[in-house]
Write a protein that binds this ligand. Structure first.
Ligand SMILES: [Zn+2]
Length: 141
């Protein structure tokens, strides 16, 4: 059975209005969704900036603490004498092996007339203390 033209026209017009309404709702939904995503993205950007600043502050503080720890550690465990470090033993005496002031690695002199050099190849520190002057450089207890 074929609908009459007026009914078909009403049905068609109603259908077009329904589709337009759905499209408008979809556009509105999309706009709301996009706005929500923009808001959340902005919040994340602000959060990243906050964490970035906090991280930079922590890195600075950590660097200072490492420097302080290194300074305290050296003063508690080593004594400097004539451009090298000597390790303090538990009994208050000192090791007779020079240590590098830069990396705390053992140092050696290949003969009495040569200066002590750091054994760490990556460091390369060379002291002014020569092999023959070791005994005079040892700290007194
Ligand atoms: Zn060294």
């Amino acid at each position: 059975m074929t609908p009459d033209p007026v009914t078909a026209m009403k049905f068609g017009t109603g259908l077009i209005l329904a589709v337009k309404s759905l499209l408008a709702a979809k556009d509105s939904y999309d706009k709301q969704h996009i706005d929500l995503l923009r808001t959340k993205t902005q919040m994340l950007v602000e959060l990243v900036e906050t964490y970035k600043e906090e991280n930079e502050n922590l890195i600075t503080e950590n660097t200072k603490l490492h420097q302080e720890l290194s300074r305290v550690s050296v003063s508690e465990h080593f004594v400097e004498s004539r451009t090298v470090l000597f390790k303090r033993n538990v009994d208050g005496t000192y090791s007779n092996i020079p240590h590098c002031p830069t990396c705390k690695t053992h140092m050696s002199s290949i003969n009495p007339s040569m200066p002590y050099r750091c054994n760490n190849k990556d460091c390369g520190y060379v002291s002014s203390l020569k092999g023959r002057d070791l005994k005079s450089a040892l700290p007194s207890e």
